[in-house]
Design a protein around this ligand. Structure first.
Ligand code: SF4
Length: 214
């Protein structure tokens, strides 16, 4: 087994996930997941099925690239290419902490491309919020993941886009307690076929995107 297993990140050139659509997607090792993530051992979709097996290999260092090689692959993507970072795992950095140096390198590699991701790393710790906001300003979209509409209001104060999980019967359009607009992911309502056709999560925007829990 390789050493420095936490440094392995994987890029699939073409996702086979029906929801994502045929775009490049990356996988981060499990060590990047923050301890506070509410999906842990509950509803985290990456802990189930084939994705969980792939994630296990990346996390053990059996599959994937060093950070340098990984960011080189991102840099080599075609101009304007949409791609998703961390279909499993989170931003670089162990647990709750964002590795600012690696995030800055990732943002540089993404120049001219349309990368996006989601994070459960807490913005109020380790200066994470400011680093995430800077990445968003520089074209790499990082959505802060909220656990409730109340939480979505709190996260919105950090100046980055927000997504939230909601019950399966949540209406398509709603508002947070503080009045921010919320729309359910258009793939879940049948309005688009995949992220590749939608890219709402990649765009700077005001509305909060809601994901209905199955
Ligand atoms: S809102 Fe669009 S880009 Fe975001 S998860 Fe849903 S389909 Fe994908």
């Amino acid at each position: 087994m390789r050493t420095n297993v936490e440094l392995r990140f994987h890029l699939s050139p073409r996702s086979r996930n029906y929801k994502t659509g045929p775009i490049p997607v990356s996988t981060s090792p499990r060590t990047t997941c923050p301890k506070i993530c509410p999906g842990r051992n509950k509803w985290c979709y990456a802990e189930k099925g084939p994705l969980s097996w792939h994630w296990g290999k990346v996390s053990k260092g059996i599959r994937g690239d060093t950070w340098k090689d990984f960011t080189g692959k991102i840099e080599a993507l075609p101009v304007n290419q949409a791609w998703r970072f961390a279909q499993a795992g989170d931003l670089p950095g162990c647990g709750n902490r964002v590795d600012k140096r690696k995030l800055s390198q990732l943002v540089q590699s993404n120049q001219g491309k349309r990368g996006w991701t989601y994070t459960h790393k807490p913005p109020h710790m380790f200066g994470n919020g400011a680093a995430i906001r800077e990445a968003n300003k520089s074209g790499f979209t990082i959505n802060l993941s909220a656990n409730s509409l109340d939480h979505a209001d709190k996260l919105s104060r950090y100046g980055s886009p927000v997504v939230v999980v909601v019950p399966a019967d949540h209406p398509e359009r709603s508002r947070t307690p503080e009045g921010r607009p919320v729309i359910v992911c258009p793939e879940q309502t049948g309005r688009v076929k995949s992220c590749a056709k939608c890219l709402l999560c990649q765009k700077p925007r005001k509305p909060i995107i809601a994901f209905r829990l199955h």
